[in-house]
Design a protein around this ligand. Structure first.
Ligand SMILES: *Cc1c(COP(=O)(O)O)cnc(C)c1O
Length: 477
């Protein structure tokens, strides 16, 4: 396209052939990704050597641009949907939702207000209601909103908690969370303007359990000092170990103390769909707000987070503004304008992918996938316990397991074990054959697997462990 194209249009033929090629590329990727290398490595200099240029004044053929992108962009991106992507919280995704995203973007549906797109707002209402029921929240009174991810859901929750419990003056307010709570909570606390001395980080015990007694002491001391305990963040599935805080007990404390109880279930919340997970998450239904993150263990592609609240009015009271330019689109109260329930005005249509994937596969498929993931982690634990090479540092919890290479009889020093496990991780990652990084638990460097991909098999995991063992043997020489 060497001429200017000021309407930014392609011909019908060009559109179709570009579109079909993209669909072909996505389908091909879905069919073959398990055989690809999951890890992409590249330095800034290497990426610059491929991409660095001035914004081109003149266009070029769309097919050529696509070819370049497929070859250079996609091939240089780590595949968080790969069965051997074990680190952080992977994003297994699913094809139906990918197509739903393409549809939502293709029609550029504005998912901010009812009058702009009643069906999009309705689908968000309906899917939020599905989630409210799944999490045992009141169906009529409860509410929620889809966000870009868990971080934004936590930010939305803490802003709401502050507004409802403190109003305009939060100078004496104090917030509590454990040292295993996700870093996005600390970020959110900072964003909404709390000073460091208003935050109590409660240290967990050596098994990463939330110490109720320490929390009670902290609240009591803060009250004596004339401060206002206003919010507790519990975690339903910590990112490090999958540990679920004692939700029922924490809820009772919050009720007694008139404290907002926010539960961060961004990683673990989805486990509620499986029988074992439901037991582990008992008490989650007692929260004032819960963050879940469908782009993790509900298998949605990025971006999709979600905040559920016990009382939908708490969101609208916190986020509704009535500017003159939105006067004509307000509508009535049952016709929800999601821009009144959160931070964004213009919002992409996230509900569609959740809706289409649940409609297509059925909720039972999601339940089975999540149960499978939890079982896989347990099977791996059982196997590792029988091995003379591996030590379980934290048992399979939800679908996370922490372990380290520590062969019986070698009596390695703590320092040597740290070095060895760090080395294993670095070698595995640089081999590009698996994404397996470390975390630190009780000052020890350990390996961590988050097994939420329903396409990961025990054989995949075994292959990865064998790779680790080979690197370990090499380091020992
Ligand atoms: C991943 C995660 C988050 C952050 O969610 P994003 O979607 O990455 O923004 C928050 N809390 C927990 C427990 C998480 O695992």
């Amino acid at each position: 396209m060497s001429k200017s194209n000021p309407r930014l249009e392609l011909s019908k033929e060009e559109m179709k052939s570009l579109g079909y090629k993209i669909v072909d590329a996505i389908v091909d990727h879905h069919l073959t990704q398990d055989k690809k290398l999951p890890v992409a490595v590249g330095t800034r200099a290497e990426m610059d050597s491929i991409f660095l240029e001035e914004a081109p004044e003149k266009g070029m053929d769309a097919q050529k641009v696509l070819e370049f992108v497929l070859k250079n962009v996609m091939a240089n991106s780590t595949l968080l949907s790969h069965p051997k992507a074990y680190s952080f919280v992977p994003g297994p995704s699913n094809y139906v939702s990918v197509m739903a995203d393409a549809l939502a973007t293709g029609f550029n549906v504005f998912s901010g207000g009812w009058s702009a797109s009643p069906a999009a707002a309705e689908l968000e209402i309906i899917t939020i209601q599905w989630l409210l029921k799944i999490f045992g929240f009141p169906k009529k009174k409860g509410g929620g909103i889809f966000t870009s991810g868990g971080s934004m859901a936590n930010l939305t929750a803490l802003t709401t908690a502050r507004n409802i419990k403190c109003g305009k003056d939060f100078s004496k307010a104090v917030i509590y969370l454990s040292d295993q709570a996700h870093s996005s909570n600390i970020k959110a606390i900072r964003v909404i303007g709390f000073r460091e001395e208003q935050v109590r980080i409660i240290p967990t015990d050596s098994e990463f359990n939330f110490p109720i007694n320490k929390l009670k002491n902290a609240i009591a001391k803060d009250r004596l000092a004339g401060l206002q305990p206003f919010c507790l963040i519990g975690t339903a599935g910590t990112t490090n170990t999958g540990t679920v805080d004692p939700l029922t007990e924490l809820a009772a404390i919050c009720k007694k103390e008139d404290i907002w109880f926010h539960i961060d279930g961004a990683y673990g919340g989805a486990a509620i769909l499986a029988p074992k997970g439901k037991t582990a998450l008992k008490g989650i239904e007692k929260a004032d707000s819960v963050t879940i993150d469908p782009h993790k263990w509900l298998y949605q592609p990025y971006e999709m987070g979600c905040l559920l609240v016990r009382n939908h009015k708490h969101l609208s009271h916190t986020f509704t503004e009535k500017p003159e330019y939105l006067r004509d689109v307000e509508g009535n109260t049952s016709e929800i304008n999601f821009y009144d329930l959160g931070i964004q005005l213009t919002r992409r249509f996230r509900a569609l992918k959740f809706y289409m994937s649940i409609k297509t596969y059925g909720l039972q498929s999601f339940r089975d996938a999540i149960a499978y993931n939890m079982d896989l982690a347990e099977q791996l634990e059982e196997q590792m316990r029988k091995s003379s090479l591996w030590e379980i540092v934290h048992p399979a919890t939800l679908a996370i397991i922490n372990f380290r290479y520590n062969p019986i009889g070698k009596n390695y020093s703590a320092k040597k074990l740290d070095k060895l496990n760090q080395y294993i991780s670095e070698k595995v990652v640089s081999s590009q054959k698996a994404l397996l990084v470390t975390t630190i638990l009780n000052n020890q460097i350990v390996l961590r697997m988050c097994l939420i991909n329903p396409r990961t098999t025990l054989a995949d995991v075994q292959e990865t462990l064998e790779l680790c063992e080979a690197f370990a043997a090499e380091a020992d020489k």
